[in-house]
Design a protein around this ligand. Structure first.
Ligand SMILES: Cc1ncc(C[n+]2csc(CCOP(=O)(O)OP(=O)(O)O)c2C)c(N)n1
Ligand SMILES: [Mg+2]
Length: 392
């Protein structure tokens, strides 16, 4: 008995010591991570803990493995249709989520799997959705570009380039409208790409947001390419954070999760206080081609992708922070990675085991609501034959 108790106590001690140091505050500096437009740069430093860094490491590694699993399942034809992957950009989604409040609204482009994960989704729910299974996050009828989670204030997933920006500005308007005058407002963030950044609807949205001082964050994820066209070829101004004309802007190192978190906290503070919108540019990179149908090799050379992976990978960056600033060991981090790989594989198996929507009714649910907010399946479905398209 005593021996068992002693063994237990001995086993508990290193644990207790580790958990103590895991909560100890660490200051990490990242000079050069910000460039400001019409405003001051925030301090390029963050207070963090081992626990927090581990959380970001796990989230980002899960995102990476989930996207690589999508690639694998796409090639095996278990996932079909459009599929745009986020690997390389994980620090952006993770850092933003760490800075936002749950009541803030978030809307993004078709490159949305990892944002769906950050905003309350599960790997199984996301993979099952991509595989068209009924237990997928959107019941298997939305697919890659159409994740949505109202409970967690995630407004999708949009297939039309830039369309999320005016809708996001509407969300910011709603947040302002619903908040008593003078109180801090929940913000809205609209993420879009460098390729979308020069669309007319974005300039129009910016004008309204600035004119009405909406709590809107225009967040450009500059991953250097719009499909196969580099930023140098598609935009006269590659300093996207300066695009706000009279709107303050901030460019951030989008490969550094802490810089994104701190920068976004700063932006969120400003925007939620009724000062009007801000434009943010996340400097980032995508490893995959534009979508699964683009090998991503014609318009950029292999060396460029390799250099990014080796020298500025967002997951390696946080791994390095853990190794340098905490007592984390290579073994500990390798075990975490191994467990996450196994979890993603198990999620794939559970996703594959699900069934597809069973009837055509499933395809037309959640399109229209009646006056009581109840779903009305099979009403007003537009068909080429008008007579057939009106109420059955
Ligand atoms: C209005 C519209 N035009 C064109 C397309 C086709 N398209 C899909 S993604 C894309 C490139 C967008 O690039 P970017 O905004 O940089 O976002 P990224 O894919 O790099 O995340 C284009 C032209 C579309 N979906 N919608
Ligand atoms: Mg782009």
């Amino acid at each position: 008995m005593l021996r068992t108790a002693l063994r237990r106590a001995a086993a508990a001690r290193p644990h207790a010591r580790r958990s103590l140091s895991a909560e100890a505050s660490i200051t990490i500096e990242f000079p050069g991570a910000y460039t400001a437009h019409l405003s001051e740069e925030p301090a390029a430093a963050a207070e963090t803990t081992k626990t927090e860094l581990l959380e970001y490491f796990k989230t980002m590694y899960t995102m990476r493995r989930m996207e690589l699993m999508c690639d694998d399942q796409y090639k095996k034809k278990a996932i079909r249709g459009f599929c745009h992957l986020y690997d390389g950009q994980e620090a952006v989604g993770t850092g933003i989520q760490a800075a936002l409040s749950p009541e803030d609204s978030w809307i993004t482009s078709y490159r949305c799997h990892c944002i769906a994960l950050a905003r309350g989704g599960t790997v199984e729910g996301i993979l099952a959705e991509l595989m068209g299974r009924s237990h997928g996050q959107t019941g298997g009828v939305g697919g890659s570009m159409h994740f949505y989670n109202k409970e967690h204030n995630f407004f999708g997933g949009q297939g039309i380039v830039g369309a999320q920006v005016p809708v996001g500005t509407g969300l910011a308007f709603a947040n302002k409208y619903k908040t008593p005058l003078g109180e801090p407002m929940p913000v809205a963030i609209g993420c879009y790409g460098d390729g979308a950044a020069n669309q007319g609807q974005i300039w129009e949205s910016m004008n309204m947001a600035a004119l009405w001082k909406l709590p809107m964050i225009f967040c450009i994820e500059n991953n250097q390419y719009g499909m196969g066209t580099s930023i140098a070829r598609h935009s006269c101004n590659n300093d996207y954070y300066t695009m706000g004309n009279v709107i303050k802007g901030l460019k951030m190192d989008g490969m550094n999760v802490l810089a994104v978190r701190e920068g976004m906290k700063h932006v969120r503070d400003y925007v939620s206080q009724g000062n009007g919108p801000m434009v943010v540019e996340m400097s980032t990179y995508r490893y995959h081609g534009h979508s699964m149908s683009d090998p991503g090799k014609i318009y950029r050379d292999r060396e460029e992708v390799k250099a990014m992976r080796e020298n500025n990978d967002p997951i390696k960056n946080v791994r390095q922070l853990l190794l340098v600033h905490t007592d984390a060991t290579e073994d500990e981090l390798n075990t975490i990675e191994k467990n996450i790989r196994a979890e993603v594989e198990a999620a794939r198996d559970r996703a594959l085991a699900g069934s597809t929507p069973s009837s055509t009714d499933d395809l037309v649910r959640n399109v229209y609501l009646d006056e009581h907010g109840k779903d009305v399946p099979q009403s007003y479905i537009r068909l080429p034959d008008y007579e057939k398209s009106i109420r059955a």
